[in-house]
Design a protein around this ligand. Structure first.
Ligand SMILES: CC(C)(COP(=O)(O)OP(=O)(O)OC[C@H]1O[C@@H](n2cnc3c(N)ncnc32)[C@H](O)[C@@H]1OP(=O)(O)O)[C@@H](O)C(=O)NCCC(=O)NCCS
Length: 211
């Protein structure tokens, strides 16, 4: 039996984690728009962005699940914990990870549309599941669900809802943990065509009492 262990992401993990992230999201246009195509340069840029973002808040947290025997990261989740309601701001992005101006403009349209839908809906203290992925060789072993459950337990204890922008692939897993549809969107921006569901999970305070 494979020995999977949950742990915090540490300084030495970023190269492997980002490589795993790009492989997990391969062919997902939303990821291409947000992080660029899978090149060494974009992996380095993504690593810098992840590390930099952690300096913006003490309540951002990366978790990984490691295959202890192989010493490999099997999956990871990035949580943004926002225990008090502060209205979200529209963040302008300086897209440097796509080569052509056309792609940069298209990616910007896609990302701004996603952001606007979030701004219109998320008006409460909450936990945001920013990213969740499991590498192809480890999918369908319950790892995604374990990473998600960690956040659900935390959200129950903190009496906070969870908000998620779900890919098609993640949708069934989220439904199975009580995450519900808010809005479904199809976005076509240049070469980036994607569909996602904005989802929300209400906290279960009774579950927190029992745990
Ligand atoms: C979405 C994603 C995170 C799911 O990760 P995962 O580890 O495969 O998820 P789980 O194994 O917990 O659950 C997935 C399915 O495997 C099934 N499963 C879980 N353990 C299993 C096992 N031991 N044997 C067989 N199937 C199993 C689950 O029941 C679930 O089935 P369903 O889709 O029919 O409901 C992963 O597919 C992924 O990284 N995709 C690309 C990136 C992405 O879309 N991320 C989500 C962004 S919002």
């Amino acid at each position: 039996m494979v020995n999977f262990v949950l742990d915090k992401v540490g300084d030495a993990d970023w190269d492997e984690l980002v490589e795993a992230q790009f492989r997990s999201f391969s062919g997902e246009p939303y990821h291409d728009a947000l992080f660029g195509f899978n090149t060494r340069e974009n992996q380095i840029e993504t690593k810098k962005r992840h590390i930099h973002e952690l300096t913006e808040s003490t309540s951002y947290l990366w978790l990984k699940i490691v295959d202890q025997d192989a010493g490999k990261i099997a999956g990871a989740a990035y949580w943004k914990i926002k225990p008090n309601y502060i209205p979200l701001n529209r963040e302008e992005l300086n897209i440097t990870w796509l080569d052509s101006q056309e792609d940069r403009e298209a990616a910007n349209r896609l990302l701004m549309t996603v952001q606007d839908r979030k701004l219109a809906n998320v008006k409460e203290a909450h936990i945001q599941l920013e990213l969740l992925f499991v590498t192809p060789e480890y999918q369908r072993h319950g790892i995604g669900t374990r990473l998600l459950k960690w956040g659900c337990d935390l959200a129950d204890h903190m009496a906070l809802p969870i908000w998620i922008e779900s890919s098609r692939e993640g949708y069934r897993m989220y439904c199975s943990q009580g995450v519900e549809d808010v809005e479904y969107h199809v976005i076509e921006a240049g070469r980036f065509k994607t569909a996602y569901t904005l989802m929300r999970r209400s906290p279960n305070l009774q579950a927190a009492l029992l745990n």
